[in-house]
Ligand binder design. Sequence first.
Ligand code: SF4
Length: 423
Amino acid sequence: MKNTLIESAKRMDLIPRIKEVAGCEGIKPKKIASLIAQGRVVIPVNIQREHISQVAVGECTSTKVNANIGTSREHSDIEEEILKARTALQYGADTIMDLSTGTDMDSVRRRLLKEINVPLGTVPIYQAVGSKSSVVDIDEDDMFNAVRRHVVDGVDFVTIHAGVTLRGLEHLRSHGRILDIVSRGGSFLAAWMLHHATENPYYTEFDYLLEIVKEYDVTISLGDGMRPGSIADASDRAMFEEIITLGELVNKARDYGVQSMVEGPGHIPLDKIESGVRSIKQICANAPLYLLGPLVTDLAPGYDHITAAMGGAVAGMAGADFLCMTTPAEHLALPTVEDIHDGAVVTKIAACAVDLVKTGQRKKALDRNTKMAQARHDLDWEAQFGLAIDPERAKKIHSGCKDSKTCSMCGEFCSIKIMRETL
Ligand code: SF4
C-alpha cells in the first residue's frame, strides 16, 4: 500500500494534495506538510476520492464548516437529503456528514459519495445499530464491519466514539448530570457497554480500527460521546475523562500514520469556552478541534443556529478549527432544507469572523472585508452582493429600495454619498 498522507508529510513529500491545499489556503506547501506531519492539520480524503476538493482542517488554515444531513426513521427522502447537502455547500459548508438513521443508509451514503465533491463523513455505529432490532443486540464484529463498509464505500472521515469508557461512565454516575448523554453514538455505546458489562470495543481494539481506516487513508474524527448537553452539565469530569482518553488515541493514530481530529462539546457558557478549547487542544496534542456549537444558552429552541454560532466564534478565536453547523431545528426536529440554509449561513458567518483573527488567515480575511467596505463606499450594490455570504438575501432586502444609488435607510441623507460628494 502506498503511503498515507501523514506518512508522505512526515517524509516532506509534497504530493499534489498538499500543494492544492497550500494554494487554497495561501500557505507554503512545506508548512502545510509540516503541520500534517505533526497532526495539527488534516486533509480528510479517502484514497478512492482523491479527485474531490481537498479541504484542510487545523492550525493556520481557514476555519471550516461542516453540515450534518441525513434521514431518520420518521422522515426519509433521499432527494431531499441531496438537496440539503447542495444547499449547505452553496452557502458555505466545506464538508458534509451523513447522519442517516433511516432504513436507507447505504443508498443515501452512496448517492452522496457520487454527487458531492467535498469530504463526506459518517458515524458507522449508526449502521451497526440500524441492522439490529436493539442496540444491545449488536456485537463487536457489527461495530467494526460497519466501519469497514463505510471506508470501502469511499467515506473520507468517520466519527468513532472510542473515548466512551467504563471509567467515564462511572464519572457520569457518581458526579451526576441533568442530561446524561446527548450524543447519539455515545448513548448507543454506553447502553451496549453497561448491558454487556464490557469495555468499549472501539477503545480496546483501537489498533484494529486503525488498521481498517489506514487501508483507505480515512481520517478518524474522535467523537465526543460524553459531551455535555446543557449549560448545567458543562465542563464536568465525565467530559474531561473522555478528552484525556482521546488525547491518548490521537497519539496512537499519529504513530500509526492515520490522521485524526477531536470532536468537542456541546453546551458551554461563554466564559468557559476559551479555557475549555485551550485545555482540549493541549490534552489532545493540538489535533484539529471539531466543535458542535458550542451552544452558549439552553433557552433558544428555534434559534440554536445563533446560539451555536456565538459559541463557535468564541471557540474559533481560542483555537477551534472546524465548526459543525447547528440549525434552527436543533433539539426540535429533523432539519428542513430551509433550516440547513439558515444553519450554513450563520455558521459561515462565525467562521469568517474567526478567520479575521486567526493566525495564517488574517490577511486573506481582511482583504475580503476590505473589498466589501470599498464596495459600500462606492455604493456598488452588485459588488456587495457578490461578496456577501448570502447574496440572494442581501439582494432581496435591497430590491425594495426606490433609489438605485443609495438605500431606503437614509435615502437622500446617505452619509456615504454626502461624504463622497464633500470630499
Ligand atoms: S442610505 Fe444609509 S444605510 Fe444606505 S448605503 Fe447610504 S449610508 Fe448606508
